[in-house]
Design a protein around this ligand. Structure first.
Ligand code: G3P
Length: 219
């Protein structure tokens, strides 16, 4: 399972990358707004320089011709950039065009299996189903991940299931059990996966016992 960080914050990306387990980055217009990105292409380039893996940068146009023009500019930013495109009619057409040209795409804002099936047929590199936002409206986000993984396996679609809108570590566990190819998550979720109170108390006890042993030799 690949781990992506879901942020446009350069410090957070660096911190996650330093951990040595980061496989990529996803951004979106809201995340760019959160950190006040002014120079979009320059900012995405900085992210692509920090991380070796795929970095998704999203178009903000909604018509086919504009998406192609905008996506082409994004695709030229770096070798590891992925053009992120919303799951709308013109977006699917744009994904097909980019796919035919060998340009990687991440089809975002997926909330149903039918959407995911069409995105795979268009040749999306990644499909991004949003777990947390489905949970928010009393729908089972994880069930969607399981369904898409099953459907893609049935037909050997190469599109990778990139579970998005992950809100907590147990979402990651459920995604891993369901066979999602990628989980994209905020830094606090990545770091939260590390934590266990028995690790902390166990380490405290190990170190205290070691110190007591050393002290016993001196007395
Ligand atoms: O990658 C999509 C993600 O940023 C959405 O997360 O928490 O805003 O639903 P959230």
């Amino acid at each position: 399972m690949k781990f992506f960080i879901d942020t446009a914050n350069l410090e957070e990306i660096q911190e996650a990358n330093d951990l040595g387990v980061l496989d990529g980055v996803t951004t979106n217009p809201s995340l760019c707004a959160k950190v006040g990105v002014r120079d979009f292409e320059g900012h995405i380039k900085k992210i692509c320089d920090i991380v070796e893996g795929d970095v998704s940068a999203e178009v903000v146009s909604t018509t086919y011709n504009e998406m192609i023009e905008e996506g082409m500019k994004i695709a030229k930013i770096a070798d590891n950039v992925v053009v992120k495109i919303p799951l709308i009619k013109d977006g699917i057409r744009a994904i097909k065009t980019f796919s035919d040209q060998g340009i990687k795409t991440n089809c975002t804002l997926c909330f149903s299996s039918t959407q995911a099936l069409i995105a795979a047929k268009a040749g999306a590199t990644y499909i991004s189903p949003f777990i947390g936002r489905l949970d928010d409206i009393s729908t089972d986000g994880m069930q969607l991940i399981e369904d898409i993984v099953d459907i893609y396996e049935n037909y050997c679609f190469p599109t990778e299931v990139l579970a998005a809108s992950i809100r907590h570590p147990m979402h990651v566990v459920a995604c891993a059990k369901a066979g999602a190819d990628v989980g994209t998550m905020p830094l606090n979720v990545i770091m939260g996966m590390l934590n266990h109170p028995l690790t902390d108390s166990g380490l405290t006890k190990f170190l205290a016992d070691w110190d007591a042993l050393q002290a016993s030799f001196k007395s």
